[in-house]
Design a protein around this ligand. Structure first.
Ligand SMILES: Nc1nc2c(c(=O)[nH]1)N[C@H]1C(S)=C(S)[C@@H](COP(=O)(O)O)O[C@H]1N2
Ligand SMILES: [Mo]
Length: 447
């Protein structure tokens, strides 16, 4: 790669519109409207490492997946992603923050039907408590708008209620945030703030029935044993809740086991809530208390622009109108390509790509997943598995033909059961970057 091409690549990262204009103007010397051609294609090909068979479909201002910034380094001074070093965790997880610890799972590590605990993402907001010495003695309190406040041990939860095991997606509310332009505040997740594990526990609804929720109990408030980063014991790290209807869904579980093993401390063990389909922050870890409230909860994480989407689109950076926000509840539809990995090089002469992936859609199911290898001109429908149970993800597979050696991008796009598809780029910008679910794109080089 020549010096000039390298700096063009840098320009692409910083200012794709200008980089694109440069490439295009080399041929036409005029406006950059239309398609990339001639010298522009050659320069782009040199950057991505091969001829681009479908270059005529590349739109202006397009940043190739080969050097789109998909895993931003946590520390700007470090080149490339910072990898996680944590007992029991895969070394391929990418650290987005170390105080509190936040780590995501690159898409290619989400290739298992059930995400192994070793590959499951981590999102702490405060300091986790010490691992419980006697898990079954862990106590959960239910109080507030109930007839009979209760305190129950984990041991009694296991004994007195009917356990069930469900495979369900847990996804951080900020998943996809890193795709927003301009940058939104918070951890710059790509698609890896999600995983799908087997969770064992009891329905929260069954326990709430014992306590007898009064008609005035319309919202929950969750509290856990982690402490505030400041060290101030009076400050609460995170306290979110949900409308009573979601709390009462049979799949909203008090969980003590993950993938058949006692729930690890890092994932909220010995006891956590899993509120599937909704932003991960309502799946409280190290849970100690659920208070029933007679109004929407207002704990840390519930107010301002926290876990909120805009009602009408806003101009990035404009003054925030509190009336224009609503709480993020169900997560939007998403698909990922889990094989091959982004940047895979295949032998010359390869004419078929064997693809695998996953897709999910919050409270909904996925109706279809489509794949394009020609920058979106044509789409092919993937084979899509049904979910094993409600809130499970749906794995997909597809074999696609390619006409020649060169640089390809594989794009995946899922559509939910209400007919909503993933957008081309992150849409509906909001200050804290929720709801970003653009197509997943990977680069593949043949020859
Ligand atoms: N007590 C407590 N629960 C919590 C959090 C937390 O910081 N403290 N983080 C939440 C967020 S934002 C997410 S995305 C999930 C992450 O769960 P995991 O670390 O097991 O992947 O836990 C949620 N539950
Ligand atoms: Mo999260």
């Amino acid at each position: 790669m020549t010096k000039r091409e390298r700096s063009l690549e840098e320009l692409y990262r910083d200012d794709p519109e200008r980089a694109d204009a440069l490439l295009y103007n080399r041929k036409t010397g005029t406006s950059r409207r239309g398609f990339l051609g001639g010298a522009g294609v050659a320069a782009m090909g040199a950057m991505v490492g091969g001829a681009i068979p479908f270059s005529q479909n590349m739109p202006a201002g397009f940043v190739p997946a080969a050097f789109a910034q998909t895993t931003p380094p946590a520390a700007p001074e470090k080149k490339g992603p910072q990898l996680l070093d944590f007992p029991g965790k895969d070394k391929g997880l990418v650290v987005l923050g170390d105080r509190p610890l936040v780590a995501e799972t690159p898409e290619a590590l989400l290739d298992d039907d059930t995400t192994p605990t070793s590959k499951f993402f981590i999102r702490h907001n405060g300091n986790p408590p010490a691992a419980a010495a006697a898990p079954d003695a862990w106590k959960l309190t239910i109080d507030g708008e109930v007839n009979k406040p209760l305190e129950i041990s984990l041991g009694d939860l296991k004994k007195n209620y009917k356990p069930q095991t469900l495979r369900m997606v847990l996804e951080c509310g900020g998943n996809g945030r890193g795709f927003f332009s301009p940058t939104a505040r918070g951890n710059q997740w790509t698609n890896g703030g999600a995983g799908c594990a087997e969770w064992t526990g009891v329905s929260l609804a069954d326990v709430l029935k014992t306590a007898g929720v009064k008609p005035s109990g319309i919202y929950t408030a969750n509290y856990g044993a982690d402490t505030h980063l400041s060290g101030d014991p009076k400050q609460v790290t995170l306290s979110r809740g949900v409308r009573i209807a979601k709390a009462m869904e049979p799949q909203t579980l008090l969980v003590w086991a993950m993938n058949g093993k006692p729930l690890e401390n890092v994932h909220g063990g010995p006891l956590r809530l899993i509120t599937p389909g909704w932003a991960g922050s309502v799946s409280h870890k190290w849970i100690t208390k659920i208070t029933l409230r007679d109004k929407e909860h207002d704990g840390p994480g519930m107010t301002g622009t926290n876990y909120r989407l805009t009602i009408n689109p806003m101009v990035p950076g404009a003054k925030e109108d509190p009336k224009n926000f609503r709480i993020l509840e169900s997560m939007p539809v998403r698909s990922i390509i889990t094989a091959p990995a982004n940047g895979t090089k295949l032998a010359a002469g390869t004419r078929e790509l064997k693809l695998r992936g996953a897709s999910w859609a919050g409270d909904l199911t996925v109706k279809q997943v489509e794949v394009s290898v020609d920058f979106g001109q044509t789409w092919v429908r993937a084979n899509l598995n049904p979910p094993k149970n409600k809130f499970d993800w749906q794995r997909w597979t597809l074999s696609v033909k390619v006409p020649s050696d060169g640089y390809y991008e594989v794009w995946s796009k899922a559509t939910d059961s209400n007919g909503r598809a993933q957008p081309h780029v992150a849409a509906n910008w909001n200050p804290q970057g929720y709801g970003s679910n653009p197509f997943h794109r990977i680069a593949v080089l043949i020859g």
